[in-house]
Write a protein that binds this ligand. Structure first.
Ligand SMILES: Nc1nc2c(c(=O)[nH]1)N[C@H]1C(S)=C(S)[C@@H](COP(=O)(O)OP(=O)(O)OC[C@H]3O[C@@H](n4cnc5c(=O)[nH]c(N)nc54)[C@H](O)[C@@H]3O)O[C@H]1N2
Ligand SMILES: Nc1nc2c(c(=O)[nH]1)N[C@H]1C(S)=C(S)[C@@H](COP(=O)(O)OP(=O)(O)OC[C@H]3O[C@@H](n4cnc5c(=O)[nH]c(N)nc54)[C@H](O)[C@@H]3O)O[C@H]1N2
Ligand code: SF4
Ligand SMILES: [Mo]
Length: 678
């Protein structure tokens, strides 16, 4: 049996594995060093899982019925053409995903702008990394989540993790933290916090105050790097004007983190020869997520970490292609190569590669939640095509999103399984999974990886690229404009990205096959790639990093008498995202079968709930039913729910779609709730 070297289909660590037939074996690689988590080990089971789609489905008389590819493509193309003719090109919208390969993300953006002529495309990365990306761009002039290789962390003296729980979300990553003093900032005593030297346990949504407080303490203790600030940054004075008002006792009052622990954290980081500050979704998924990430960056800059050999600041990218997926044009405001869609030079370049008039490219469209919110409204889209997202489980304010999807004239979903969103669709296309197709992803360290096809696709299943080709041709596009071969698409992506911030022009499939470690930018075929950014200069024109004066705002929905607790949401080891894939793997379901809510025992008792009983968690937007798990280390004022479960166990029935003004990220990580008997 042949063995094919590939990478895990799930998270951004992109652990290396081999597939011998459908048997997964871990593979030695710098990021995972032969390790895999339970999801990676069992990932091949999804290839043959119950519910695997192998035929297109078209809704007739209210029921999804099998159809041929040609019939399904004809139905969709005819209806899209009709909607466009009657209501204009923006009546058709597209929703993509950060799990899609670079080739698919690129082709999806091109399909929306060229074949549909629609501005209305965005993707689930808006719900994931958008605050991190906005803050990174603002500070450094360029957003590559981790501007250094993961293995740099092996030699770090101290690491502060703000709102990240890699012990569950990227288990093999944790081995890179073993040599460092670890400070974990998390309202929960997470599995990662259990391993920390110091656990700071702020109330959800108060990281911004905490980061300001740590900056304050660093200044007060004389522990900032003044030479670095003078030579490599601007904006410290304005930033200090805000941080000066965040003295330790005030920070303690707002966050719940003691002044002594604030001091201890600053001292650990300042005493280390090399140190890193890393953020995860806990800090970023807030209506103030961009400013909160900026506050963590400001603190890292004050300590002189970013762009210093052996030290650094990074945001831990989440989805398998969370980095590449945000660079090649499926985001509302972007063109390939991380170009801006409103930049005339970028439009000219990309239109040249696509062979269209730059003036024909639509401008920026709505952000993900705003797009969903507008579906079926008089001025909003009437059709939605979904690729790689299970919105009915993962988008905020689920009840409302379900209503908006139901108001559409046409919902089309391409998926590998009949996800909750696919079940609600008018047309469903069965597509290939990672092992059945080739394509590239860009991992959390900005390294481009090739996942080669290892298995034949099941009968009836085609790739997303094939589907886009079929639709584009039916919409009148020349066939050669939408190729189906991943390598051909990648070669076009290289040209489209050339000269852009995320320049892939020097990356080729053959270099990747040879095992070259190519971190972007790779601006020429002989270029060795850029594992470490910012060592000499940051990417702003003056080469300096920016500290940004930001102030604490707190959660968009404060606690009150009716909703006295804060709910936060996140992940469990066993399930991936909406659970569409992992809820089909028996071993994972047995370990984590249903929705639960983590509660302090006293909080449970006050609500009349016992450990193991079902509880209703109620917010202004909805009601979730979940099993009570009493956890003595929880804060009394916080409950935690994983968001992987469907139906009435959906955490997103509760969540607040208050949006960050810059990134348009919804506030997944904090909303006001109460506990009730179910
Ligand atoms: N097992 C598993 N692994 C995954 C995924 C998965 O679904 N399952 N998804 C992948 C993806 S797409 C992503 S984005 C990453 C996410 O990876 P992480 O960011 O590690 O995951 P989360 O569990 O969403 O959030 C991390 C922690 O933030 C804490 N938190 C909640 N509110 C706050 C707050 O206000 N401040 C702070 N400081 N912390 C807070 C939560 O308690 C939680 O422990 O994981 C990737 N890996
Ligand atoms: N409450 C709460 N909600 C959250 C979060 C949170 O922390 N709390 N986190 C947010 C974050 S960070 C993220 S990334 C999102 C993720 O949430 P979703 O966007 O729902 O992501 P997945 O569950 O990975 O959905 C991917 C879907 O695409 C399918 N799929 C997999 N590969 C392919 C492919 O190659 N092509 C096609 N067409 N389909 C494919 C899968 O079967 C699955 O149905 O959830 C967000 N929602
Ligand atoms: S850590 Fe991420 S990439 Fe590695 S095996 Fe687990 S899910 Fe896959
Ligand atoms: Mo994510």
């Amino acid at each position: 049996m042949t063995s094919t070297a590939t990478h895990c289909p799930y998270c951004a660590l992109q652990c290396a594995m081999s597939l011998d037939g459908r048997r997964v074996r871990p593979r030695e690689f710098p990021t995972n060093r032969g390790g895999l988590c339970q999801k990676g080990w069992t990932s091949a089971e999804v290839l043959t899982a119950a519910g695997r789609l192998t035929t297109p489905l078209v809704r007739r008389d209210g029921v999804l019925r099998p159809a041929s590819w040609d019939d399904a493509l004809d139905v969709v193309a005819t209806r899209l053409a009709g909607l466009r003719a009657e209501h204009g090109p923006d009546s058709v919208a597209v929703f993509g995903g950060g799990g899609l390969t670079n080739e698919k993300a690129y082709q999806l953006g091109k399909f929306a702008r060229v074949a549909l002529g629609s501005a209305q495309i965005d993707y689930n990365g808006r719900f994931c990394m958008s605050s991190a990306a906005a803050a990174g761009t603002r500070a450094f002039g360029l957003d590559r989540g981790m501007p250094f290789p993961v293995t740099d962390l092996d030699d770090s003296g101290a690491v502060l993790l703000a709102g990240s729980n890699p012990a569950e979300t990227m288990p093999p990553f944790v081995q890179h933290l073993r040599g460092a003093e670890l400070i974990v900032v998390d309202p929960r005593r997470s599995a990662t916090a259990e391993q920390a030297t110091l656990h700071l346990q702020p109330a959800p949504g108060t990281d911004l105050a905490l980061a300001l407080g740590l900056l304050h303490t660093a200044v007060a203790e004389g522990l900032i790097d003044e030479k670095y600030l003078a030579e490599r940054t601007t904006g410290f004075e304005e930033t200090w004007l805000v941080a000066a008002a965040w003295w330790p006792e005030r920070v303690e009052r707002v966050t719940g983190v003691s002044a002594a622990d604030q001091l201890a954290a600053v001292r650990i980081l300042a005493a280390a020869d090399t140190a890193h500050v890393l953020t995860g979704r806990g800090a970023e998924q807030h209506a103030s997520g961009t400013d909160t990430t900026s506050a963590w960056i400001n603190f890292a800059l004050a300590l002189g970490l970013p762009g210093t050999p052996g030290s650094g600041f990074g945001c831990l990218t989440g989805q398998g292609n969370g980095q590449g997926g945000r660079e090649h044009g499926q985001k509302a405001d972007q063109l390939p190569g991380y170009r801006k869609i409103d930049d005339p030079a970028a439009r000219e370049h990309v239109a040249g590669v696509w062979g269209v008039d730059p003036a024909s490219l639509p401008g920026p469209g709505r952000s993900a939640y705003e797009l969903l919110d507008a579906l079926g409204e008089p001025a909003g889209p009437r059709a939605l095509l979904v690729f790689g997202s299970n919105l009915l489980v993962s988008a905020p304010r689920s009840n409302h999103v379900a209503q908006r999807l139901a108001a559409l004239d046409l919902l089309v979903v391409a998926d590998v399984v009949l996800s909750e969103t696919a079940q609600a669709a008018d047309v469903v296309f069965p597509v290939t999974q990672w092992a059945e197709e080739s394509g590239t992803t860009t991992s959390l360290e900005g390294r481009v990886l090739l996942r080669e096809r290892a298995l034949p696709a099941p009968d009836g299943v085609r790739s997303d690229l094939d589907l886009l080709h079929g639709l584009a041709v039916r919409l009148g596009q020349p066939a050669e404009r939408f190729p189906v071969e991943p390598e051909v698409v990648f070669d076009e992506l290289r040209r489209a990205s050339a000269g852009g911030p995320a320049d892939y022009s020097g990356v080729t499939y053959s270099r990747l096959r040879d095992g070259e470690a190519l971190h972007w930018p790779v601006p020429a075929p002989g270029h060795p790639g850029t594992p470490r950014l910012f060592l000499d200069r940051f990417a702003h024109p003056d080469g300096l990093a920016r500290l940004v004066p930001v102030d604490h705002r707190g959660p968009a929905e404060p606690q009150d008498a009716d909703f006295p607790l804060h709910a936060t949401t996140g992940r469990l080891l066993q399930h991936y995202q909406s659970g569409a894939q992992t809820r089909r793997v028996r071993e994972l379901v047995e370990a984590a079968p249903e929705a639960h809510v983590e509660v302090h025992p006293d909080t449970a008792t006050r609500a009349g709930l016992a450990d193991g009983a079902l509880a209703a968690v109620v917010s202004r937007r909805g009601r979730t039913v979940a099993r009570v798990r009493c956890v003595p280390s929880m804060r009394l004022d916080v409950v935690f729910l994983p968001f992987h479960f469907p139906g009435e166990g959906r955490a997103n029935l509760l969540t607040n779609p208050a949006l960050d003004p810059t990134s348009r990220m919804p506030e997944f990580k904090v909303c006001a709730v109460r506990l009730e008997q179910p």
